[in-house]
Design a protein around this ligand. Structure first.
Ligand SMILES: CC(C)c1ccc(C(=O)O)c(O)c1O
Ligand SMILES: [Fe+2]
Length: 297
């Protein structure tokens, strides 16, 4: 069993790098950390050097990354994945530098999502220089697509320490790796890809202020404002460039009594199972997973 300590970053291809950065800063509110690396832009939300990197090229998600404890844990994870039949690749020094980690390995999950396990993710000591006052406090979670979420849960909970916090029928499984209700979610989708990235905001007011900001900038709102009955968070999903869906949310539940928590099963057919406020719901638009040759057929 491989212990995931936290989510680390999402790396995404961007056909229009400048446009993706403009949106991530001026609209979403993230900081653009200038790393002086041509063709790569790092976006910051919290102590991590970055939680989102855009790489100039074909649009699509390149990888979703998680932290493990230390180099020893990474070496054990590498062996464990290989024993389980996964092809694991060690990142080279230049790739690790671009990711601001000391070491990483990459593999494809059984559904075709490229996952990276990292150690030594760089922390920046100085406060985040948010591009605007969106109220972002941290990179909250990432959500992947998989064709069968029961199988996806089986994979994440047997290979890794992910535990189901709640299920939305066969549509989605929300999994925790620490006290936060979920840092990883899997949504049913026919192809691998990144369903969305989530940023927590400090206040309820931030969600609504951001909603107006998005509307003023003609951003496509996919869902919300609404409230998820699972984490209890107030949410807002919106579509950015390169097909990347962002979510702001406020008030995510923490599961402090691990022994007492039992996952709940919500029926996706019940109105209110995704939004307690009964607003219109839809599956967030997924950014397809890239393979080196291009987009997976
Ligand atoms: C619609 C998706 C999978 C979803 C459902 C519930 C929550 C939550 O409880 O916070 C999410 O964050 C989601 O992204
Ligand atoms: Fe989410």
């Amino acid at each position: 069993m491989i212990e995931l300590v936290d989510i680390a970053y999402v790396r995404s291809g961007a056909a229009d790098l400048a446009g993706a950065v403009r949106f991530a800063t001026e609209v979403v509110g993230l900081e653009h950390v200038d790393g002086g690396e041509p063709g790569v832009a790092h976006l910051r939300a919290d102590g991590r050097h970055h939680c989102l990197a855009f790489v100039e090229g074909v649009s699509g998600v390149i990888a979703s990354a998680f932290t493990v404890a230390d180099p020893g844990a990474l070496a054990l994870a590498e062996t464990e994945l290989e024993t389980r039949g996964f092809a694991v690749r060690r990142g080279d020094a230049a790739e690790a530098r671009s990711r601001r980690v000391s070491e990483f390995v990459a593999f494809d999950d059984p559904f075709g999502n490229r996952i990276e396990l990292v150690v030594g993710q760089q922390t920046l000591a100085r406060p985040v220089r948010f591009a605007r006052g969106s109220g972002i406090t941290e990179f909250g979670h990432l959500c992947l697509d998989a064709p069968d979420i029961t199988e996806a849960h089986r994979f994440w909970s047997t290979t890794f320490n992910a535990r189901a916090s709640d299920w939305i029928g066969d549509a989605a499984c929300l999994m925790r790796i620490d006290e936060v209700h979920h840092k990883l979610a899997v949504f049913q989708g026919d192809r691998p890809g990144l369903c969305h990235v989530n940023f927590q905001v400090a206040e309820l007011d931030d969600v609504f202020r951001n909603w107006h900001h998005l509307q003023d900038h003609d951003v496509v709102i996919e869902m919300g404002p609404g409230r998820h009955p699972q984490s209890g968070a107030v949410f807002l999903y919106f579509l950015g460039p390169e097909g990347l869906t962002y979510e702001y949310s406020y008030g995510v539940r923490r599961i402090t009594d691990e022994a007492a928590w039992r996952p709940r099963f919500f029926d996706p057919a019940e109105r209110g199972s995704i939004d307690m406020w009964l607003g219109p719901t839809q599956k967030p638009i997924t950014q397809p997973q890239l393979i080196p040759e291009g987009i997976r057929p």
